[in-house]
Design a protein around this ligand. Structure first.
Ligand code: AMP
Length: 456
């Protein structure tokens, strides 16, 4: 099957060729003909399956035919849960609609109103928005939705989790009844099914078991940890592992994301934090740097990192376990993108074994605890048994006699060579820069209880 078979407009086919897409993904092959035929759609597909193009391409196809109305409002509305996803959908619409010259605008919370008012006063084709801010503008009478032809709800499950559904329902009630509606969600159960039955008309249901869902391209590892000091040693070891190109490290709090990223910078890593307390501009700049490879370790919280689509992410590290099992799936899906393989590593303490079980139940996959020689947990704990089973890494990496912590000073020439020819990066810094030659003495304390940058 090729995109030509899907009968998309030649301008869209040109853009796809330029993007290097040759074959539709399963969700695209199934969804595009249904949407082109005018049907509503209820699709379960996660990020990484090509779901954005699955709705964006037929939506753009609609725009290839001019609308008879003289009004200036959007013809396509895409509702998304987060600012990052809005930016991603906006970029995708621009990329695929390049030769159609579509006018697309993104309206999200946290951005100044005057700029958004100006954007909304211009003629536009596609509006990508988070529900709360869109509703604000609708209530102020700033958006003309009279010529809206298609509504797309992207990551509806997440909008539900984040409490956006009352806003979504109010938005739906204000849209023209004669429209096509597409709903994409990681799950189609529970409240999503109820909402779908209210806003979709005789939808075609498509369920895609993605590679990500099955995690076939993502190697999942688990390290049982004693305490935060142990986590830091493991992290520092993993960040210089051969094959590590870019990593997202997840923490459970924004403050911890800031502190950990500062510590990693002090230790010589190209690190940065990403969380919801940062301004949109700062978040965008960080994501651009990540995309360009100027950041190699992003320390992030769940909401901020959702939807990040950067092909270079080789590792996801759950420094703190996610609160909800479904977030585990979203987190690990940040690696193994665009047909690549990835490694997802979770740190868990014995006290968190119930949380681990929940994750295992959700994914239907067992997480086997492994050890890195020299960095074994003191307590031989594993989620399902008393003994760690696997052993990760190619060799003991002892950094002299002791496992290395952030604070240990690397001495050039003292390291045992690994299979890939020795350690690189922060560890080989000369002159005590970064690690500062100091032995870290507060490794066991939670970061939150000590001042930032104490490693420097
Ligand atoms: P998504 O699931 O929409 O987040 O897309 C995941 C990634 O796959 C993005 O980087 C897209 O650019 C890429 N992608 C989407 N469709 C195709 C395709 N048919 N061929 C190759 N790459 C694609």
């Amino acid at each position: 099957m090729s995109f030509e078979n899907l009968k998309l407009h030649p301008s869209i086919l040109m853009a796809l060729e330029e993007a290097g897409y040759t074959t539709p993904t399963p969700i695209q092959a199934q969804a595009i003909p249904e949407v082109l035929a005018g049907r509503d759609l209820l699709a379960s597909a996660q990020t990484g399956t090509g779901k954005t193009a699955a709705f964006a391409l037929p939506a753009l196809n609609l725009l290839a035919t001019p609308h008879p109305s003289k009004s200036r409002g959007p013809r396509i509305l895409v509702l998304v849960p987060t600012r990052e996803l809005a930016a991603q959908v906006n970029d995708a619409a621009r990329k695929y609609g390049k030769f159609l010259r579509v006018r697309t605008v993104s309206i999200v919370g946290g951005m100044p109103y005057p700029l958004q008012n100006k954007l909304l006063s211009q003629p536009l084709d596609i509006l990508v928005a988070t529900p709360g801010r869109l509703l604000d503008h609708m209530e102020r009478g700033r958006i003309d939705l009279s010529r809206l032809q298609m509504l797309i709800l992207d990551e509806a499950d997440r909008m539900l989790d984040m409490g956006f559904m009352p806003d979504v329902e109010r938005i739906c009630a204000a849209l023209p009844g004669e429209r096509q509606t597409l709903l994409f969600s990681a799950t189609l159960e529970g409240n999503i099914a109820r909402i779908a039955s209210q806003i979709l008309r005789n939808p075609k249901t498509i369920q895609i078991a993605s590679q990500q869902e099955k995690h076939e391209n993502i190697e999942q590892r688990l390290h049982m940890v004693d305490d935060m000091g142990h986590k830091n040693k493991l992290l520092e070891h993993l960040l210089i592992e051969p094959g590590m190109s870019q990593a997202i490290v997840f923490t459970s709090t924004k403050r911890h994301a800031d502190l950990l990223s500062e510590d990693l910078i002090a230790a010589g890593h190209k690190a940065a934090a990403l969380h919801g307390d940062m301004t949109q501009g700062a978040r965008n700049r960080t994501l651009t740097k990540l995309r360009h490879g100027d950041i190699s370790v992003l320390v992030a919280t769940d909401v901020a990192a959702r939807g990040i689509d950067v092909a270079g992410i080789s590792h996801v590290i759950n420094y703190d376990l996610p609160k909800f099992a479904e977030d585990y799936v979203h987190r690990i899906g940040r690696t193994g993108r665009a047909g690549k393989t990835g490694i997802a590593i979770s740190f868990a303490s014995h006290a968190e074994r119930f949380q681990l079980r929940k994750i295992e139940q959700y994914t239907g996959q067992r997480l086997e605890a492994g050890v890195i020689v020299g960095l074994e947990p003191k307590r031989a704990n594993s989620p399902s048994s008393n003994k760690p089973r696997g052993s990760f890494g190619d060799k003991p990496r002892s950094f002299g006699d002791k496992p290395r912590s952030f604070g240990d000073k690397p001495r050039s020439g003292n390291f045992p060579a690994s299979k890939s020819g020795g350690y690189k990066g922060a560890g080989n810094r000369e002159g005590g820069q970064g690690f500062g030659g100091q032995k870290r003495n507060d490794g066991d304390k939670p970061f939150a209880k000590r001042p930032a940058r104490s490693f420097a």
